[in-house]
Structures are given as C-alpha cells and as structure tokens.
Design a protein around this ligand. Sequence first.
Ligand SMILES: Nc1ncnc2c1ncn2[C@@H]1O[C@H](COP(=O)(O)OP(=O)(O)OP(=O)(O)O)[C@@H](O)[C@H]1O
Ligand SMILES: [Mg+2]
Length: 363
Amino acid sequence: MSKTYTLAELAALAGVQPEKVLGWEDQGFLGDVRHAVIPTRKGDPQNGDGARTPIYGFEQAERCVELGGRGIPRRICVVNQKGGVGKTTTTFTLAAALAELGRRVLVVDLDAQANLTTSFGFDPDELELTSADLLTNENIQPEDVILETAIEGIHAIPGDITLAGVETRIQDTLMRERILFTKLEPLFDRYHTILFDCPPNLSRITLNALVASREVIVPVETQSYSIKAIADLTNTFALLKAKMGHELMVWILPTKVDRRMKLAGDILEALDEGFRGQILDPIHIDSNLVRAPLLCEPVTRAFPTSRSSQEYGRLARFLVLPDAERAKWMDLPLRTRRKVIQRAEEGAKDLGLNEGKKKRVTA
Ligand SMILES: Nc1ncnc2c1ncn2[C@@H]1O[C@H](COP(=O)(O)OP(=O)(O)OP(=O)(O)O)[C@@H](O)[C@H]1O
Ligand SMILES: [Mg+2]
C-alpha cells in the first residue's frame, strides 16, 4: 500500500509552515491531490456529502521536498570489506526510509550474492540485464537496466551472479575505476539519493562505487572487533584522494548493537572517540531486520513500530539535513547528541510532524 501524508508531515518535509503547503496546492504545484470524503455523523445538522479531506501521496511529498529546497542530491556508497556487517540491510532499509521522506532513490546492487535485488522481490536468475552488464558492456546504459520497485520512489539497478566475473572483464578497460561514474552521471540530478550496495571486498567494483559517490557509510558490527577493516578502508579512501583527487565524506554506522554485551558497549565507545564527527547513531540488534526482507518488505513497512525501523528512520532524517544543520551536532559525543537531536525532533513535532497520527478526524 502506498504511504499517505498529512498536511503537517508535508510541511515538515519541506521545512515550511502548513499554510505555505496549502498555498502551493492552491497554485497547482502539488499536482492532482486526491480527496477522501468523510461521512458526516448521524444526526449531524449538516446533511451534505460529508467533509472532504486531502490525501497526499508520494508525488506531493516529493514536490514539497523540491519546493522547500530540501532535495539536495546525494550519492552514498555503503561499504565494508568485512562480510555480514549490515551493508545490504542498511542500503535496503535506508532507501525505504528516504522514500518515506519524499526522496527519489536509486539503489545499485553491486554484489554477486544479489541479496539487495532479492530483498526487493526480484529473482536475479530471471533478469535479462544487471549492473554487471552496465559495467562491462559499453552499449548498455542505465535506462536499460533500471527497474521500478514495489516501493514508490525507489528504482533499482539489480545485481546477479555474473558480477563475479566483472573484475577480470574490466581489467583492460581504460579508466576502469570510472565506468560507473561515467554511466550514471547523467542521472545524478534525477534522484535525490543514489545508494550503492558493495560486495564484501575492496575489488574494482567497490572502487567504481566509491568513485561514483560523494559520501560513504561504513557499517561496523559491534559484535566483533572490526577496527582493522576500518583501517584498511581508510587507506583506500586516502589513496583515492591522493591518486584521483577524489574526497569522500565518511560516516561510521555501528550495527547490530547488543547492549547486553559489554563488548558492544566498549566498541561503541571506542568508535565514538575514534571517529568523533563521523559517527552515526547506532542500529541495535533487531530480529525484525532479518524477518522483513523475507517478506520482500523493508522493516520500515513490515514492522514500522520496531526499534530498527525507528532507528533507520532517524538515520534517513539525519542524512537529508543540510550540511550546516548537521555540522552543529556532529562534534558532540553520541550520548549528548542523541539528547540534543531528540529535543530538536520534539520541536519538529510541535510543528505538527506527527499530528496526523494522533488526531482523529471528526466530521
Ligand atoms: N541490526 C541488525 N539486527 C539483527 N540482524 C541484522 C541486523 N543488521 C543485519 N542483520 C542480519 O545480519 C545478516 C547480514 O546482514 P547483511 O546481509 O545486511 O550484511 P552485509 O554486510 O550486506 O553482508 P555481505 O557482506 O555478505 O553482503 C543478515 O541476515 C541480516 O538480516
Ligand atoms: Mg550484502
């Protein structure tokens, strides 16, 4: 089912007052707005057709994001050469959370395991073309490969097992680290966010994703010491800067945090100190994250009230903030920052962000 939005939610997405949104609607900027007729109560003296209430959908949310100047394009690579740390889960869930915020999202599956492709309900063995063809065949353009997903606002470039052979096939290609960048460049302004799900290695495919991105999210599992993997990654980022002048904004995302384990707390604290200014609010361990993709649904849809759904929702809201707003918080320790952000979110609620969920419509 498509998500619907209240007037207050649209205003919050655009960062404006609800009156402004109504003004846009009057001027026709929001396209065709559906209206639901809410029957009048029995005995109501006003015996008309009932009250008409607008039902805003993704189209209106997307337009409000644009009209409010909040549609800053972002390209984010989700990377860690360590396996099973939550790269695919993060790409899938974050994409859904961003689409809920009215963002047009393109996800690119670059892993031969094709878990992201499967999560969206596609069978990789049935696909005619995948990201492997985009990378290896110069006649294939993104438009030939992009699929519309069941989630409004999300398009996908799927992956399949043939990605395993790409490394050797692009070996002799000129500028082989820039293939993805060159192919996708014409689309950079068409999506608010492009998310790349990388394989668990630092292959040329991963380098292609890094070169095509401006930002990197490194999921770090807090159930084991993964600091060594981060150090190797940091060297790769430094090499990209030195050799290609390509600078990346690096975010560290602690995943699978289990507060019952002392080790998780210790690792979290070490990451917080070591990566101050880059660390994102952690994602806790939550079995709903394992169950949701089995239903071909992101957790934000399958289990919207679950802890991980809330956490990925918060992550999406954080990432779409203009840089200057984010910078105010980034240098604070995680613990303090959470409190400050919570207060700011309560401020947003005062703007009416969650009003629609609480208010009962009376005729
Ligand atoms: N926060 C979490 N809580 C519980 N389980 C999680 C969490 N995040 C991910 N998982 C589970 O951990 C497993 C690995 O996650 P995922 O596939 O996202 O990792 P990955 O880094 O993409 O792995 P790979 O390197 O093999 O591609 C999956 O079964 C996933 O459902
Ligand atoms: Mg994966």
